[in-house]
Design a protein around this ligand. Sequence first.
Ligand code: FPP
Length: 257
Amino acid sequence: MPLGSMDDREAFRLAEGLESLHVAIIMDGNGRWAKERGQIRTVGHKAGVDALKRTITAAAELGVTHMTVFAFSTENWRRPEAEVSDLMGLLRAFIKADLARLRREGVCVRIIGQEAGLPPDIVGMVADAHEQTRDNSRFFLQVALNYGAQADIVEAARVLAQQARDGLIDPEAITPESFGASLSTHGLPPLDLLIRTSGEHRLSNFLLWEAAYAEFVFQDILWPDYGRESLKQALDIFARRNRRFGAVDPGHAAQSA
Ligand code: FPP
């Protein structure tokens, strides 16, 4: 079962007429950062939470309206039990210590992923975070927790198949838009930019559907060192990209006409 309700998803929108900038980040390199310092991996994750806080503040200041971050994937359960438990502990601490501030600062928080497998108190905290920030619209923070894009796509297919079986929809009428509306990321503007840190060049089962027309920026920096300067660098690279969405440049179109 996915985390959160349909109502929460509907609320994750900018006011009419405002232009969105949706950035997603795969926050990679915590383990290596800790290793370089002769520390255990959890020390890197802790520093990663600080980097996340810095980056949220910087993102809002730099014109980002929506940010989706990969906090824990469905594959991360394969990590040693102690590391998984420390990551859950950090999430608890993050929600406890920062939710009130995020709410005051106008941040709308949504946590997506599979409910199954998560500690029950975290499921409760997720519902609380949604409830407390649902009316905010200055900045939208989506945290992917126990999330895997393939499972999300399969779940959407199941929901639509069931609706078709019940005679509620015509399979022929399923479109990319209606399919996207059945994903847990429903209601967010299209993804503009996907960043991965630490020099790895993989999507790792993150936002497979949503990244269809996103620009990718891979940065060599390890996540705990990330902050305003690195984000600004990524946004500058993004601003120089020529996004055509499958079409051609207007200049080229004129030449070939
Ligand atoms: C990848 O680094 C990072 C993760 C698996 C977790 C990301 C989590 C955080 C930044 C902190 C937790 C977030 C919240 C919202 C509380 P890695 O461990 O794979 O690093 P490595 O590739 O160097 O080993």
